[in-house]
Design a protein around this ligand. Structure first.
Ligand SMILES: Cc1ncc(COP(=O)(O)O)c(C=O)c1O
Length: 455
């Protein structure tokens, strides 16, 4: 069995070599020029590397910190009032309004992390003991943990070659107890929302979009988070924009939003949301404190202004690399249901199996290009604590129903996910890669790929 992957996203990028990449859009088979490129001795075999200074992507958001975030933070210090419920001057509130406008949703609330955003969203959807929630076998722990900590039962579905949940593997997992589906949009890729929504509507299920790893991503013109019933994301360091830690819940549904707001703040709804929601439609209930601080709100108010720039640069850079390698014979790229909406975080190839993938990545790194397989997520069903259904209390409701007792996790429940994660690998992009960096990436991918695919 393959070892469990626990790696967080490794901000690796690549360097390659092919100057002046050719712009052929489809794989057309070997061309005469390919033989010359394939004849170059690989650095891993003692040849000259494309680059000597290894190229690595860096966390995106902090590269764009400037006087905007600085001034917002100074304002909070000067106010001597870093608690968010301080009227219209609140940085957290101003960030929420700007973020909701940007994403095209009616409501957004800032919280302390993506994980707590998930807890609030599960509460909003009234997920609880006896319910089942379908999630992809490849995603971050928090998607699973928020289901378990709500008392519900996580049910895994396979991913497809987009690295998101396979819409074709959902419907047969639905039971009368299923409450929601959690499509997670991973490493800048988008889940295929239309078929997921169709299944959800047919079975009267809720859709919770986790777009933590794809903030700014779009599906058929709509921003992720604005498509399902409710959306969440993280602003942790590895995300498109960041305040180090932080998260948000977004929704167009005022009742779901009110419940999320109450859950994140001791069950109440305070000004100015109390006025906006005319006191609300529900009574208070047992809840948490996941409130965003004014310092976090200040940084995010600045960062949201940079979101478009970061996304468009990432997309443009990934496009140039894709175009530069498009003529490689037999090339199989990571699948996407919407290339325009994809964030361009990865340029991943499907190498067919793990051995070839690892060989490719080793050779690419030797050329001076940071290269990696899928990261930032975990094949959850093969993680030890999940396989064992470990909880903080032996009588935890999730695993004490007949279904909870019967369910089996482990490798048997996600063989396709394991296979796909093993096959994929390539380069993580950076919004600030230069034209020369991009040429190096293209050159290195071509050199290694053609050497490995020599007739
Ligand atoms: C897909 C996904 N969901 C949720 C989270 C949780 O976010 P946080 O780390 O802010 O709690 C992450 C964090 O990496 C994530 O990648």
């Amino acid at each position: 069995m393959n070892p469990p992957r626990k790696n967080r996203r490794e901000f690796l990028a690549t360097v390659g070599a092919l100057g002046g990449a050719s712009i052929l859009m489809a794989s057309t088979g070997a061309r005469p020029g390919h033989a010359a490129e394939a004849a170059e001795k690989l650095a891993v075999d003692g040849g000259t590397p494309v680059r000597t200074d290894a190229l690595h992507a860096q966390p995106y958001g902090p590269q764009f910190y400037d006087d905007v975030e600085k001034q917002e933070l100074l304002d909070v210090l000067a106010s001597k009032s870093p608690f968010r419920w301080r009227g219209d001057d609140s940085k957290a509130l101003q960030f929420e309004k700007a973020y909701a406008t940007h994403l095209g949703v009616k409501h957004a609330i800032g919280v302390t992390s993506g994980t707590t955003a998930l807890f609030a969203a599960m509460a909003a959807l009234e997920v609880g003991p006896g319910d089942e929630v379908i999630l992809p076998a490849w995603t971050w722990y928090a998607d699973y943990d928020s289901i378990v900590l709500s008392g519900a039962l996580p049910v895994f579905a396979e991913i497809d070659e987009s690295l998101a949940i396979d819409p074709g593997d959902i419907e047969h997992r639905i039971t009368p107890r299923t409450k929601a589906i959690v499509p997670s949009n991973l490493q800048g890729g988008v889940a295929d929302m239309d078929p997921i929504l169709k299944i959800a509507r047919k079975h009267k299920l809720r859709v919770l979009e986790d777009f933590s790893q794809c903030v700014g991503g779009r599906y058929k013109g709509k921003f992720l988070g604005s498509i399902g019933d409710i959306g969440i994301n993280s602003f942790q360091l590895g995300k498109t924009i960041t305040s180090g830690e932080g998260g948000a819940v977004v929704s167009n549904d005022p009742t779901l939003f009110e419940r999320a707001v109450r859950f994140h703040d001791v069950g109440v709804i305070r000004s100015p949301y109390a006025e906006e929601f005319k006191g609300g439609v529900m009574a208070a209930f047992a809840a948490c404190n996941y409130r965003m601080s004014e310092f976090t709100g200040a940084v995010l108010k600045g960062q949201v202004q940079k979101l478009d720039t970061i996304c468009s640069r990432l997309r443009a850079n990934a496009k140039k690399v894709r175009e530069g390698i498009a003529d490689l014979p037999g090339l199989k790229m990571r699948k996407t249901p919407d290339q325009e909406g994809d964030l361009g975080v990865t340029v991943f190839l499907d190498h067919g199996d793990r051995e070839r993938r690892d060989k490719f990545l080793r050779a690419l790194r030797a050329e001076g290009i940071g290269a990696s397989g899928p990261g930032g997520s975990v094949i959850l069903p093969i993680d030890e604590r999940i396989e064992k259904k470990s909880t903080v209390h032996p009588d935890w409701p999730s695993f004490n129903t007949p279904q909870g007792k019967a369910i089996r996790y482990g490798a048997e429940c996600c063989p396709r996910t394991i296979d796909i994660i093993d096959r994929m690998g390539g380069v993580i992009m950076d919004p600030n890669f230069t034209e020369d960096d991009l040429k190096d990436i293209v050159k290195a991918i071509r050199k290694v790929y053609l050497a490995m695919h020599k007739a």
